[in-house]
Design a protein around this ligand. Structure first.
Ligand code: ATP
Ligand code: MG
Length: 261
C-alpha cells in the first residue's frame, strides 16, 4: 500500500517537529518506487536538515530524478514515508518556460492568488535578469532561461529547493556563473537545497554533503567540511573529488609526473 504523507516538517508556525538548531526539512523513510514491477528506489532513507545544501550523484538511470519528482510531490505512487516542507520549488535541466507568456508572467506561473508583477521583478532582479522581464522566452539565451527558471522557483520562497541538473545544458563559462548564483541565493535565502548533478566537482564546490545513489538507495555519503568559497586547487578538494569519482566507478586521471613526484 502506498503511504504518501506530504506535510511541513519545519517547526513553527505550523507546529511541525521539535525545532532544534537544525530541524529536519526532509525525512524519507523506507521509500520504494517501482516501474512495471521493477523497483528503481528500494527502501531508501534520507534526511535533509534545514538550510543544508545536499548534492546527489549517481549513474544515469539510477533513480535521481525519480526521487526528486517524489520530493516535489509530482509522483505519489510510492510506498514508504516522505515528509517535505509545504513550501518547496523545483527547477529542471530544461527551463520549461511557457513560450506564449512573457518572462515575468512565467515567473508567476502557478503561484496562488493574483501576485503582483513586482513579486516577479524582485525575483528576476535577484537572478540578474530584470532587463529581460518583458522578453519572450524564445529570445532568451540558455543561461538566461535557466535564471528565469530559478526566479520562478524563488518566488515560491521555498524551504526546500529541488534542482535537477539545472546547469547540465550550459556552456562551461555560463555554468560557472550559474553555480555561483545558486551558491549566493542559497546563502542569502537559507533554504535547504537538493541538487542532482553528474558533475562531481560541482557537488564538492557547492554542497555540505554529497550523496551517491546506487541500487535504489543512498549508497554513500560524504560530508564536505571545506571552508567557503571553495578552491578547486586545494589538495583536500582534489582528494574529496577523487574519492567520490572512485565511488562512482570512475578512475581519476593520473596526476602529471611533476605533481606526482
Ligand atoms: N514513468 C516511468 N515509467 C517507467 N520507467 C520509468 C519512468 N520514470 C523513470 N523510469 C525509469 O526509472 C529509472 C530511473 O530513472 P530516473 O529518470 O530517475 O534516472 P536518473 O538517475 O535521473 O538518470 P539520469 O542521470 O540519466 O537523468 C530509469 O530506468 C527509467 O527508465
Ligand atoms: Mg535524471
Amino acid at each position: 500500500m502506498a503511504t504518501d504523507v506530504h506535510r511541513p516538517v519545519t517547526g513553527a508556525p505550523h507546529g511541525g517537529e521539535t525545532v532544534s538548531q537544525h530541524p529536519t526539512v526532509v525525512r524519507v523513510d523506507g521509500l520504494t518506487r517501482a516501474f512495471d514491477g521493477r523497483p528503481v528506489i528500494d527502501r531508501l532513507q534520507l534526511d535533509v536538515q534545514a538550510g543544508e545544501f545536499v548534492a546527489l550523484l549517481g549513474r544515469s538511470g539510477c533513480g535521481k530524478s525519480t526521487l526528486l519528482r517524489i520530493l516535489a510531490g509530482l509522483d505519489r505512487d510510492i510506498e514508504g514515508t516522505v515528509l517535505v516542507p509545504r513550501r518547496k520549488a523545483v527547477a529542471f535541466q530544461a527551463p520549461r518556460l511557457m513560450p506564449w507568456k512573457r518572462v515575468w508572467r512565467n515567473v508567476l506561473l502557478g503561484l496562488p492568488g493574483r501576485p503582483e508583477r513586482a513579486v516577479a521583478e524582485r525575483a528576476l532582479e535577484e537572478v540578474g535578469l530584470s532587463h529581460r522581464s518583458q522578453a519572450w522566452p524564445k529570445t532568451l539565451s540558455g543561461g538566461e532561461a535557466q535564471r528565469a527558471s530559478l526566479a520562478r522557483a524563488l518566488v515560491r520562497e521555498p524551504d526546500l529547493l529541488l534542482l535537477d541538473e539545472p546547469f547540465g545544458a550550459l556552456d562551461a563559462l555560463t555554468r560557472v556563473k550559474a553555480q555561483r548564483l545558486v551558491d549566493e541565493l542559497w546563502q542569502r535565502r537559507g533554504c535547504a537545497v537538493l541538487l542532482v548533478t553528474h558533475d562531481v566537482e560541482e557537488a564538492v564546490l557547492l554542497a555540505d554533503r554529497v550523496l551517491v545513489m546506487d541500487d535504489g538507495v543512498i549508497a554513500h555519503e560524504q560530508r564536505i567540511d571545506l571552508p567557503r568559497p571553495r578552491d578547486i586547487a586545494d589538495p583536500r578538494f582534489a582528494a574529496l573529488r577523487t574519492g567520490l569519482l572512485e565511488r562512482l566507478g570512475v578512475e581519476a586521471p593520473a596526476a602529471p609526473a611533476a605533481e606526482a613526484a
